[in-house]
Design a binder for this molecule. Structure first.
Ligand SMILES: Nc1ncnc2c1ncn2[C@@H]1O[C@H](COP(=O)(O)OP(=O)(O)OP(=O)(O)O)[C@@H](O)[C@H]1O
Ligand SMILES: [Mg+2]
Length: 295
């Protein structure tokens, strides 16, 4: 982890070791807000949140790109993108063989696009791990993504991270304005959170000074379960106002929707899961307005 962020300090004079350099930042006017959805714990609702928050934001008028950075490709599958339609993937983009615009494809949801992933992405770290710009591949690829055409006019980019604090997740953090952390309402919810926050701080210090925590979203909440309610209280105490008011309930419609290749808002707009993701989208837009107003 450390050697992803820092240059390899033990071998400064090794000519094989390429020193770490930052690319020149060139953020164009009208650049989208980039939110990385990250938690190195598996199965906490990262992908479900990327798909359904993305859909909810698009439904209320935003123009959204989901970047699937997980080799499992669950965000791509959950949005109905078949493997044979993934001609250009995020692997090609991060490996430097295709531009991001080449990977972007529309979904069945108006104003929602995805850059899909394939298993190739799991080999990326071995391939680019010694390149000097290894942590900035996504940031560079997203630079100037908006070109004024109706398709490339994104207001939000949501990055679905893998369950790991590896080079792929560091790329997401280096490219992001902020991090959205899903936490599952279960006994070990807070386990690993301090490691995640430490990594965010490291990335902020070394790679991306503007990085912040956008918020923490509690997922899979069961109001009949005392433990679930206790986790909500504990996380609110630990993370204070960073925790969104909206709590995503455990809802069978949410878990059924991906097998139909649909976001839950398309599968069953009226269910409690869809309502929760719409509320979360509204809250996120309000936070964004407040952040922008604060400068
Ligand atoms: N609110 C919910 N209610 C019911 N099931 C849910 C809910 N959120 C997520 N799930 C289910 O929990 C499982 C894990 O969710 P998801 O894939 O979004 O987690 P993840 O953090 O992306 O996992 P990974 O770390 O493997 O990428 C999936 O089967 C998903 O359908
Ligand atoms: Mg996932």
């Amino acid at each position: 982890m450390t050697d992803i962020i820092d240059p390899p300090a033990d071998q400064p004079s090794d000519p094989q070791v390429v020193p770490f350099t930052k690319p020149v930042a060139a953020v164009p006017a009208g650049a989208p807000r980039v939110i990385a959805i990250a938690n190195q714990k598996g199965g906490v609702g990262k992908t479900t949140t990327a798909i359904n928050l993305g859909t909810a934001l698009a439904a209320i008028g935003e123009h959204v790109l989901i970047v699937d950075l997980d080799p499992q490709g669950n965000a791509s599958t959950g949005l109905g993108i078949e493997r044979k339609a993934r001609n250009i993937s995020t692997y090609d983009v991060l490996a430097g063989s295709a531009p991001m615009r080449g990977a972007v494809i529309p979904t069945a949801v108006p104003q929602l696009y995805i850059a899909p992933s394939t298993m190739d992405l799991s080999g990326l770290e071995l391939e680019i791990g010694r390149e000097r710009d290894r942590a900035f591949r996504l940031r560079t690829a997203l630079n100037n993504i908006n070109n004024g055409t109706p398709a490339f006019n994104f207001t939000y980019v949501l990055v679905d991270c893998p369950p790991s604090l590896n080079l792929i997740t560091v790329n997401a953090m280096a490219a992001a304005d902020s991090i959205l952390v899903p936490l599952q309402c279960e006994f070990f919810a807070l386990e690993g959170l301090s490691q995640l926050l430490k990594t965010v701080e490291q990335v902020k210090t070394t790679l991306n000074p503007k990085l912040s925590i956008h918020g923490v979203v509690l997922t899979m909440h069961d109001s009949r379960n005392n433990l679930s309610n206790q986790v909500v209280a504990d996380v609110r105490q630990f993370m204070g106002p960073k925790v969104y008011d909206t709590v995503i309930p455990r809802n069978v419609r949410i878990s059924e929707a991906p097998s139909y290749g649909k976001p839950v808002l398309v599968y069953d707009l009226k269910c409690v899961g869809s309502e929760a993701y719409l509320r979360l989208a509204t809250e996120i837009i309000q936070r964004e307005r407040a952040l922008r107003a604060a400068g």
